[in-house]
Design a protein around this ligand. Structure first.
Ligand code: IPD
Ligand code: CA
Ligand code: CA
Length: 265
């Protein structure tokens, strides 16, 4: 327990340090460059936030493994692995849209044990510890109770490099939209997940995420009482691309719609 409190302190300090960089640059001047794909951006703030986060983790736990979006793997022989997205929602950030955050998950022996997602612009800190529930600004949160997809409010995201596959992002999106189900697109997968955890959305799905997008958020959904799987209903792993996170009650129906086994009526 004592060790877990120390890890939690480091996690929250690291998230705060990254968030300070987001706040410092938000709506100001910063350099922007492109990764693969025209609109897959990285900014000076992503690099500054990542540096601040990694400095804190390395200071407190120099022997831990780190996986971070912009600098990749800092390989160490450790059972602990910090999974970092210094800014999730970079396109929003670069356009002055206040839906962006720092996201950090901590894995121990392959199991996510801590997660924090902080949007400093909206001043919302989401946190979860395995087995101890999830919170927003220190208040316990739980998922919604809607039980039908047709009455649900959903959220999704689209990859920068679109792949036209069967049951791809636009096909699935169309199935919901044609039936009038509201599907939002916030532009930050970590925040999408946290908003499911807080009961603002009933479900979130996305076709092509990386581990740093979902590591913290999926634990936060599970600890808020929700369900997270891949598109086959298997136990979720952040190391594969597809994610379905719901309040649990609409999960099976969402899987059926994604695979076109069921029509929405
Ligand atoms: C992106 C966001 C977005 C999702 C993309 C991610 P980034 O992360 O989470 O919502 O649709 O697939 O790459 O690039 O802002 O860190
Ligand atoms: Ca991301
Ligand atoms: Ca990012």
């Amino acid at each position: 327990m004592y060790l877990c409190n120390m890890l939690k302190t480091t996690l929250l300090n690291a998230v705060e340090a990254g968030a300070m960089e987001i706040t410092r640059f938000f709506n100001g001047e910063f350099k922007v460059s492109n990764k693969e794909g025209i609109n897959n951006l990285v900014t000076e703030a992503d690099h500054a936030a990542e540096k601040a986060i990694i400095n804190i983790i390395k200071r407190d736990y120099p022997g831990h493994f780190i996986l971070s979006e912009e600098s990749g793997e800092h390989i160490m022989d450790s059972e602990y692995k910090w999974i970092i997205d210094p800014i999730d929602g970079t396109v929003n950030f670069a356009n002055g849209i206040p839906i962006c955050c720092v996201s950090i998950g901590l894995e121990k022996s392959g199991e996510m044990i801590l997660g924090a997602v902080y949007n400093p612009i909206m001043q919302e800190m989401f946190f979860a510890q395995k087995g101890f529930g999830a919170s927003l600004n220190d208040h316990k949160i739980s998922v919604s109770s809607k039980s039908e997809v047709i009455k649900s409010c959903l959220v999704t995201g689209f990859p920068y490099n679109y792949l036209d596959t069967k049951n791809g992002p636009l096909e699935v999106f169309e199935r919901f939209i044609r039936k009038g189900v509201p599907v939002r697109r916030l532009g930050s997968a970590a925040i999408d997940l946290c908003w499911v955890a807080a009961g603002r959305f009933d479900g979130f799905y996305e076709h092509d995420l990386n581990a740093w997008d979902s590591a913290a958020g999926y634990l936060i959904v599970e600890e808020a009482g929700g369900m997270v799987t891949d598109f086959d209903g298997n136990k979720y792993s952040p190391y594969q691309s597809k994610i379905l996170a719901t309040n649990g009650k609409i999960h099976a129906e969402m899987l059926d719609i994604i695979h076109e086994r069921k029509q929405l009526v």
